[in-house]
Design a protein around this ligand. Structure first.
Ligand SMILES: CC(C)(COP(=O)(O)OP(=O)(O)OC[C@H]1O[C@@H](n2cnc3c(N)ncnc32)[C@H](O)[C@@H]1OP(=O)(O)O)[C@@H](O)C(=O)NCCC(=O)NCCS
Length: 155
């Protein structure tokens, strides 16, 4: 039985913990991980929010999103590989949805590689594909991968 997951809203002071997850969760070959400076830049924008999941005081996962007008975008979500499939991703998404629903946001969008197993994860929460961006991601080997745009109505 896993210890409980603690989810808290976080800020730039927590970026070392965020980066400890970032560097482990994203395969560098896919070029999806952000730098701490990119995260700080996103957090400086109005409507942004960062949630950090911890277990036993140790960073387990995070989700970073921002809103513009009545729509939000999930910019990044990640859970440490050794903590995946234990419900942290689910709790992070639920916190993002609750946060924006309380602010009157109507839908949440995200981009995901079309070959990312996370597609099955998003499907669990009712995200549906609303677009396809050809050759959106550039991998370190120079190859390009398509991105699916997914959307979830929350109001
Ligand atoms: C996507 C990600 C955040 C999911 O986090 P997680 O904590 O493992 O997710 P959860 O344990 O809450 O999973 C909830 C449900 O989603 C589905 N799911 C999650 N990961 C899945 C996978 N790899 N394959 C198929 N279904 C999956 C399952 O139905 C799961 O429920 P179950 O474990 O009871 O079957 C995590 O896999 C990750 O960090 N991936 C690398 C980073 C990434 O690609 N992020 C998304 C793009 S920004």
């Amino acid at each position: 039985m896993n210890e409980p997951i603690d989810i808290a809203e976080a800020d730039t002071r927590d970026l070392d913990e965020v980066m400890s997850v970032m560097t482990r969760a994203f395969d560098p070959r896919n070029g999806e991980a952000w730098t701490a400076a990119q995260c700080a830049g996103a957090l400086s924008l109005p409507g942004s929010v960062l949630f950090l999941a911890r277990r036993n005081g140790r960073a387990l996962g995070f989700a970073l999103a921002r809103s513009v007008a009545d729509e939000a975008e999930l910019l990044l979500i990640a859970v440490r590989p050794d903590g995946q499939r234990s419900g942290a991703g689910r709790e992070l998404i639920q916190n993002i949805v609750s946060h924006y629903a309380a602010k009157g946001i109507k839908r949440i969008h995200l981009e995901v590689r079309t070959d990312n197993p996370a597609l099955a994860f998003y499907d669990c929460f009712g995200f549906v594909q609303s677009g396809l961006r050809r050759n959106y991601y550039r991998r370190s080997d120079g190859q390009f991968t398509d991105a699916a745009t997914l959307s979830l109505e929350i109001a």
